[in-house]
Design a binder for this molecule. Sequence first.
Ligand code: CTP
Length: 215
Amino acid sequence: MRFLVTAGPTREPIDPVRYLGNRSSGKMGYAIAEAAIDAGHDVVLISGPVDLNPPTGAKLISVTTSDQMFDAVHQHIRHCDVLVMSAAVADYKPATVSKQKIKKRDANLSLGLTPTRDVLASLSKPDRDFVVVGFAAETENIEANALKKLRDKNCDVIVANDACMAMESEENEVEIFFRSGKKEKISRAPKKIIARELVKIFENVREKGLTKKIT
Ligand code: CTP
């Protein structure tokens, strides 16, 4: 199978020296890419800026901003069977990017923000022929928020985790929600172990062709 995996944060420039970012390390996405390769799949890994070596055998596409992530995923989506959106794509970007460094003044500074495009929602069309896996990084009401994302973004699978536990950590604990209403939990374990289980789950969803049963 052909996997398209996104990983890591995006950075949204404010001026030539500053950006809005988040604490995603990319470890979960990189572990999924590696596990998919180990299971014999072809992997394209679209990554935001991270401090990790890409898994041997993955085709790495490095991006920085949410707009670049959007374009890169759209460019590669045609050749994929399973899309895994584990990247922590920014929800907002500065409305304008200052060409010069913003100078310090003795007053409050407000930054105008504008919503970014949602990569996942833009691709989960009902007539698609690939499996769509979204992630849900939550700090509260994990199940309710994850189920809302599953519905709103028309995913086949949502992998939900506690953002506070998952970010920057070597370990994770995830709950997996399926379009069918089924759910599964993988207890706290190293991300590499969790990734192996997730890849088996995604293969299974693809094989059962659950994407065809869109309600
Ligand atoms: N996502 C995306 N494009 C964005 C924002 C998020 O594709 N601009 C994807 C993420 O990669 C993830 C899923 O949407 O697979 C959910 O991301 P998450 O940050 O948990 O939720 P949001 O949709 O951003 O909503 P909120 O921040 O309100 O929880």
